[in-house]
Write a new protein. Sequence first.
Length: 261
Amino acid sequence: MISLEVHNLSCQYTTRDRSVLAVDRLDLKVHSGTFTAIVGASGCGKTTLLRLIAGLRRADQGSISFGGAADPDRRHHAALVFQDDRLLPWLTVRQNLLLALRREALGAPEREERLRAALELVKMERWGSAYPYQLSGGMAQRVNLARALCQRRSLWLLDEPFSALDAITRLQLQQELSRLWAAEEPTVLLVTHDISEAVLLADRVLTMGEGVILHDRSLELPRPRRRSDPAFIATVSAIEESLLGTPGEEAPRQDKKEATP
Ligand SMILES: Nc1ncnc2c1ncn2[C@@H]1O[C@H](COP(=O)(O)OP(=O)(O)OP(=O)(O)O)[C@@H](O)[C@H]1O
């Protein structure tokens, strides 16, 4: 079943001295319960695409539908985790999560149950009464994941969720995310600069360049995936080469879309 469909989507930023077409007539279909990673050079429009899908920014043209229906308030469909997410420092972990549930019509017992289950999933159940300053970066990002999880959305939009973390915490949270995805079966869109992270986690890797999808690759690698597996290494290399426009591969588009208005 198609979970998300993007059709002919465009978004342009216009500032005083220039305008940039960040997303350019982009089409995308994503099936329910699949894990899609989006990779691409800095500034190619990945975050803008995610923000459009999340309903945080309005498109200049095109449409976005969920499960076959357009919805003007897309925030009801998606759980968001962004790289620079901040927990509110004056609230405890529990209170931060409760804030994420404030718009949900839930009774107190169900609210409590959602909190408990989300914190347990990210292994932070003993930290509900802690304040953000008492958490390490990895723990805070776990709580960010729990905050998204407790909303029980079917679509998770993750923008570089682990990029600010140290290498070991990052590896741990990648495993955690893989486990959560298998347990909860959401549709996931993950933006990452890390190609091996994309290959470790995703069923499908989209390569973006200048507002368009350049390559759309399905990954058949068995799970759990191992970075030392030759097929894993070959897949990472193939994606790297496609990003660099190696001869024989379709090269990234060269037309520059920056223009003075
Ligand atoms: N609020 C904004 N105002 C003006 N231009 C913007 C704005 N946000 C993004 N842009 C421009 O739009 C283009 C796409 O930006 P976007 O953040 O979507 O790229 P990205 O692929 O996510 O980059 P990165 O990987 O560095 O996060 C860039 O040229 C950027 O300068």
